[in-house]
Design a protein around this ligand. Structure first.
Ligand code: PLP
Length: 402
């Protein structure tokens, strides 16, 4: 862009962000967009020539680089090339996409499934297809940004209930009981706090007030449930969610998103969702990788127990060191710091010790709730987790958190 932009507030916006980012750089506290140059196994990365222990990846089952997944992705690349030249509805659908969608439907135990080019697009496309003006949509206050954006795009009347507060949800549902179309949307595992939605109660309320239920399983597939199928399996209430949304970029080492549900729901998505109709299909190699990853999860079930045990070990270690890990019971583990300053300082100390962790500050989380947010995966060893806890403990003492 040229130096001469000066329309309305755009120039001011650009300058304000420049100043904010520069101020962090000046204090050696800019931690974003760090380029990784090499992956060493599924738990270590190389940054600037330094090997770091990765505690910020969403690869919960350590599947990135799995030989079978890589082989099938490479085979698809050779067979079909690098793209699909278009949208699914017209010329972009490959047999591979249908196989992937069949695999997802089977895994999620639904009639059918449809994929989109990203998880973000999936939420935008699905929500704006399900509801519109004059409809009601109810979201948990901590729902992911893509859900909020989908609601805004839809034009539906959005009500947000206090985090995981079922009484508040009921109050809102009651107040709007006479509205014909009601959709409740929640995260299965909340991406900033790592806690789990009270699904049994949410399902009960949706039935009582005749609302459709959509659940975003970005952080629960592969992590929750004995076979990694997610939040319904965790609570033992399979088949209770109407619209099951997930991403192919976290536990599944690819890119894309999906909706799984009834045959009719998927048919609606394939013919009315603008994010499906007007955006290109998932590339062949990524579709093959995603399909194979679901197969690997079923064939190597030990990985699920492993990530669950690793998460428990990490949380236990941090708590006994005196940290506040909030309500987390999953692989996403927040370490509450309070002020943005403290979060930045803790992260800086950890990174100096070659632990790759990142801060989450306002506005991503409420003011005064800034935190370091770490994730553990099935790829970590007991020793690596123990080491991470001891580095955090040392840093936490220096910052005055514990
Ligand atoms: C990451 C994430 C998404 C978006 O998925 P992408 O595939 O990265 O676009 C949606 N919802 C939640 C809860 C997420 O954490």
């Amino acid at each position: 862009m040229s130096e001469t932009i000066d329309v309305n507030g755009i120039d001011m916006r650009i300058r304000a962000m420049d100043e904010r980012v520069q101020a962090l750089h000046d204090r050696d506290m800019y931690f974003y967009n760090i380029p990784v140059s090499e992956l060493k196994g599924s738990a270590e990365v190389v940054v600037d020539g330094r090997t770091m222990l990765m505690l910020a990846s969403y690869g919960y089952l350590g599947l990135l680089g799995h030989p079978r997944i890589n082989d099938n992705a490479a085979a698809a690349l050779r067979q079909y090339g690098t793209g699909t030249h278009g949208v699914r509805l017209l010329a972009g659908t490959l047999q591979l996409h249908l196989e992937l969608e069949r695999t997802i439907a089977d895994f999620k135990q639904t009639e059918d499934a449809v994929t989109f080019s990203s998880g973000y697009v999936t939420n935008l496309a699905a929500i704006s297809t399900l509801v519109g003006r004059h409809d009601m949509v109810f979201c948990d206050k901590y729902d992911h940004a893509s859900i909020v954006d989908g609601c805004l795009l839809s034009g539906a009347d959005l009500k947000r209930f206090r985090h995981n507060d079922m009484e508040h949800l009921e109050m809102l549902l009651q107040r709007h009981a006479d509205s014909v179309t009601k959709l409740v949307i929640v995260d299965a595992v909340f991406s900033m706090d790592g806690d789990i939605i009270d699904l049994p109660r949410t399902v009960e309320l949706c039935r009582k007030y005749d609302a459709c239920l959509m659940v975003d399983e970005a952080h629960s597939v592969g992590v929750l449930g004995k076979t990694g199928r997610g939040v319904e399996e965790h609570f033992g209430i399979q088949g209770s969610v109407d619209v099951k949304m997930g991403t192919l970029s976290k536990t599944i080492p690819s890119v894309g998103g999906y909706i799984a549900g009834s045959r009719g729901l998927i048919n609606l998505m394939k013919h009315a969702a603008r994010g499906f109709i007007f955006s290109a299909a998932i590339p062949p190699a990524q579709a093959a990788a995603a399909k194979t990853a679901f197969d690997v999860i079923l064939d190597e079930p030990d990985r699920i127990g492993r990530v669950q045990r690793n998460a428990a070990q990490f949380i236990r270690g941090l708590r006994s060191a005196g940290f506040d890990t909030m309500q987390s019971e999953t692989a996403i583990v927040p370490v509450l710091c309070g002020t943005d300053e403290k979060a930045y300082e803790l992260v800086r100390l950890c990174q100096k010790e070659n632990i790759f962790v990142l801060p989450v500050v306002s506005p991503a989380v409420p003011d005064g709730m800034a935190r370091l947010r770490a994730t553990v995966t099935a790829g970590h060893t007991d020793e690596q987790i123990e080491h991470a806890v001891s580095v955090l403990e040392k840093a936490g003492k220096l910052v005055g958190l514990i």
